[in-house]
Ligand binder design. Structure first.
Ligand SMILES: NC(=O)c1ccc[n+]([C@@H]2O[C@H](COP(=O)([O-])OP(=O)(O)OC[C@H]3O[C@@H](n4cnc5c(N)ncnc54)[C@H](OP(=O)(O)O)[C@@H]3O)[C@@H](O)[C@H]2O)c1
Length: 333
């Protein structure tokens, strides 16, 4: 990369069906000048998130991404220069820089990060993925020792951490993931008690076999048919932590949603609760202390899937939506 050029990836068109490389364009721009209150950042690692695709549909917990703008996305970046008193050159921050080499961002929209090695852990276990797993499972799912916890997209960045925290908390952990290899990895490497390959069909039956005592906590990353398969197997007073609905993000969503709501929720006295990780930021330090202790003790394994080159970011996201990744996917810029 030339150090005087800012490479940017634009979303040139909002996809109607499935996301493809044709929706993006690599372009060159000048390196921006930070205004008062802003910092000039050199982006180091761009986070690839299922939510990147959901943002193209319209406003969610953030505004929609518009066509012909730099593709939005979180990243770990280094401060090059600063016109904000709270940041100085050399600081490491997390923020929505977009998919580009450099960005000028208001300091109030950036989170200063500790300098840890490897830096990539700031996007995986100590970043949004780890915190989402932590708060979604512990605060929303409220698992008790001996209970059965099921998580979907279990081999992904959030799911792989959810299942391991469930084990740390003394639960039976069951993952739902696509393909034999991923399922084998969950049980042999990450310590899940069982894994269900949803691409092998008959998810309901396979879940019944993996969770013979029913499900106490379902951590839902996918929605759709998998949520529908879990619902009737929930135990009395079960909790469903609604984290995301990746089965609905890319392309045209299923014609029907999960059937059985609200009857099952009433009869089984279920709690079904959505959450957004940003709402927990005031409690972040406690979560980070626990996550660091578990990583240090070796009870929480961190899986990262790092792809090199800004130009590969579109394909990295398309691949994530298709299930190419194990653990946290990111692009080294
Ligand atoms: N609520 C919050 O604050 C919050 C914060 C962060 C993320 N999230 C949510 O967490 C979930 C995971 O996101 P992530 O960014 O960490 O991605 P990820 O889990 O690292 O990757 C997504 C995985 O989803 C699986 N998948 C794709 N299409 C699927 C389908 N139709 N049915 C079942 N599984 C499918 C793929 O694995 P397979 O090979 O197993 O299909 C893929 O690897 C998303 O729903 C996201 O929106 C929520």
């Amino acid at each position: 990369m030339s150090e005087s050029i800012n490479r940017q990836i634009l979303l040139v068109e909002k996809p109607v069906g499935k996301l493809g490389p044709e929706h993006f364009k690599l372009t060159n721009a000048a390196i921006p000048e930070p205004k008062d209150g802003e910092a000039l950042l050199r982006v180091r690692y761009v986070s690839l998130d299922a939510a990147n695709r959901a943002w193209m549909h319209g406003a969610t917990y953030r505004s929609a991404i518009e066509a012909n703008s730099v593709m939005a996305g979180g990243a770990i970046a280094e401060v090059i220069s600063s016109k904000a008193s709270e940041l100085k050159a050399g600081d490491i921050v997390f923020g929505d820089t977009g998919w580009q080499d450099y960005a000028a961002v208001p300091a109030k929209h950036l989170t200063k990060m500790p300098k840890i090695e490897p830096m990539t852990h700031l996007l995986s276990v100590y970043g949004v993925a780890g915190l989402t797993a932590y708060f979604g499972l512990l605060d929303v799912g409220k698992p008790k020792p001996g209970e059965t916890v099921v998580v979907s997209a279990a081999a992904g960045s959030v799911g792989s951490i959810v299942g391991q925290i469930a084990k740390i908390k003394g639960c039976r952990a069951i993952g739902i993931a696509g393909g034999k290899d991923k399922c084998h990895w969950l049980t042999s490497e990450l310590g899940f008690d069982a894994a269900v390959d949803y691409k092998d069909g008959a998810v309901f039956k396979a879940l019944r076999a993996a969770a013979p005592k029913g499900i106490d906590v379902y951590f839902d990353n996918v929605g759709g048919d998998i949520l529908e398969a879990c619902l009737p197997q929930m135990n009395l007073h079960g909790r469903i932590a609604c984290c995301g609905a990746i089965s609905q993000y890319d392309g045209v969503p299923d014609a029907h949603g999960p059937r059985g709501i609200p009857g099952l929720i009433v009869v089984k006295r279920l709690i079904m609760q959505g959450f957004i990780v940003m709402d927990y930021m005031a409690q972040r330090d406690k979560a980070l202390a626990d996550l660091q202790a578990w990583v240090g003790a070796g009870t929480l394994k961190v899986q990262e899937d790092i792809i090199a080159g800004l130009e590969n970011t579109p394909n990295a996201l398309i691949g994530l939506l298709a299930g190419e990744n194990r653990g946290k996917r990111m692009v080294k810029v």
